[in-house]
Write a protein that binds this ligand. Structure first.
Ligand code: SAH
Length: 459
């Protein structure tokens, strides 16, 4: 981060604007919005600045800038059309440790003025670090449509009840849930629809009903995080990720996806190693149970879809047995994500009428699969966890009658910036893996649809 966004209380503080033109007037206007005392120094002023002076909003010093003007100023903005003056203001302010901004000159700025979306008391500031003010303004315009003006009134309502709620609900976790139910529920609905009075009455009613020592029911969200690209998350996944108290995630969950979990949530890595699967799984089941019993909202975040080779079923069985509420949120499974991003349709009218997902995980060096089913024509076979056992897979498929030249592909880290795709045949794929050393996670796709990759690859 090049600049730290902070919101400064300027009420009654004196700020200096050097320059009397229209740009200077705009900067004065911003400072005035934040209720600062504004002093303008300039030998002559434009009509817009004159209007501010006439309205008594700013104080005008009819003079050239001089060092004395900086005395007792919190910050200074230089916006003259004279570069030498702007540089002088910058130098003198720096020497006195006063924060300085020179209009349209990022290298002479201690602070920059962001694009502002004002829904007071909600204020959103967007900055491009001086690189592209136009982009920042466009983003602000997009936010404008997302955050209607009524959000300001909602924030005001919350502000009025803040103390009362704090007094009645001293326990932070209960208070947080109270506010979440207010802001995501009926109260917010009423205020955003312009029914402020009903919103306020509803808030009071909920507050009356809420007990300071309410026993909180924990819950587990078993959520599919998709194959890696965070934009492939579902809305529901994102919403639950934003309200979790603790998250248990594994190796397949990408850093970018994890970055979208509520910042205050405790994060616990429970990634599994191939060889000690069974032991750890029982431990994870118990961890989820224990935290939910403590009343927490537990997020179990799993790569892809939790019910496809994700052992999601086992994790919630333990919860069901103990009557812990849970929700399961599907995610985009690796087969879907990798095939889309690699340009290999899983089915196709000319090549494939069905698609089978199998696990290629070795058990004592062997693969126990229904080979007769897997060699049937006009189908696509997707092999999860198939990298280590690829030579066995390739050999067994051929021994059971699959043509050696059946197209097959490896998709490494699909949907992410590290995605790599290798296209070959089932006979040659192990050799390719040996040479290229793809890293986990890698998916194997077998079938005539792989031929389409050449023309359909886009990512
Ligand atoms: N529940 C997950 C699968 C877990 S099994 C899902 O629905 O996707 C783990 C296997 O999934 C890996 O060995 C690999 O074969 C595959 N996989 C998961 N994410 C992948 C990705 N981004 N790219 C390629 N393969 C992936």
């Amino acid at each position: 981060m090049e600049y730290l966004p902070i919101f400064v209380d300027l009420k009654g503080r004196t700020c200096l604007v050097v320059g009397g033109g229209d740009i200077a007037a705009r900067k004065s206007g911003l400072l005035l919005k934040a209720q600062a005392e504004v002093i303008v120094v300039a030998p002559k002023v434009s009509a817009t600045t004159q209007a501010l002076i006439d309205a008594g909003e700013v104080t005008w010093l009819n003079a050239e800038f001089a060092i004395d003007h900086l005395k007792d100023r919190l910050l200074v903005i230089a916006a003259t059309d004279n570069e030498a003056v702007n540089r002088d203001v910058h130098r003198q302010a720096k020497a006195q440790n006063i924060l300085v901004n020179v209009a349209d000159c990022p290298e002479l700025c201690d602070f920059i003025l962001p694009s502002i979306l004002d829904r007071s008391p909600i204020v959103v500031a967007v900055s491009s670090g001086g690189k592209s003010p136009i982009l920042a303004r466009q983003l602000r315009a997009r936010l404008e449509t997302l955050i209607p003006p009524s959000y300001g009134r909602l924030a005001d309502l919350v502000g009025r009840y803040r103390q009362a709620v704090q007094d009645k609900l001293p326990k932070l976790s209960i208070r947080r849930r109270f506010w979440e139910s207010v802001l995501q529920g009926k109260v917010a609905d009423h205020v955003l629809a312009g029914r402020d009075d009903i919103g306020e009455q509803t808030l009071e009613a909920i507050l009356n009903e809420t007990q300071a020592d309410d026993h909180q029911q924990g819950e587990v969200y078993l959520v599919g995080a998709g194959p890696g690209d965070p934009e492939l998350l579902t809305f529901k996944a994102l919403r639950l990720m934003q309200q979790a108290d603790v998250v248990f995630y594994d190796r397949l969950v990408s850093k970018e996806v994890l970055g979208l979990v509520r910042k205050e949530a405790e994060q616990v890595y429970v990634g599994k190693q191939r060889d000690w699967h069974a032991v750890r799984q029982e431990e994870i089941n118990q961890l989820l149970l224990k935290h939910a019993q403590q009343g927490k909202r537990v997020l179990r975040l799993k790569g892809g879809d939790p019910f496809i080779f994700g052992r999601g079923g086992e994790e919630i069985e333990t919860l069901a047995a103990e009557n812990i509420p849970f929700q399961v949120v599907p995610g985009i499974t690796a087969a879907s994500g990798c095939s889309s991003y690699a340009g290999i349709p899983l089915t196709h009218r000319d090549y494939s009428q069905s698609c089978t997902f199998v696990t290629g995980q070795l058990k004592e060096g062997e693969l126990d699969l229904n080979w007769q089913a897997l060699i049937q024509p006009r189908q696509t076979v997707v092999v999860y966890m198939g990298l280590a056992g690829l030579p066995v897979l390739s050999q067994q498929l051929q021994e059971h009658g699959l043509a050696a030249d059946t197209p097959a592909a490896l998709v490494q880290q699909g949907t992410t910036e590290h995605q790599k795709v290798w296209v070959s045949t089932i006979a040659k794929l192990p050799e390719i893996a040996e040479q290229e050393q793809p890293v986990a996670p890698t998916l194997v796709i077998i079938g005539d649809v792989v031929k389409l990759q050449k023309t359909l690859s886009w990512f």
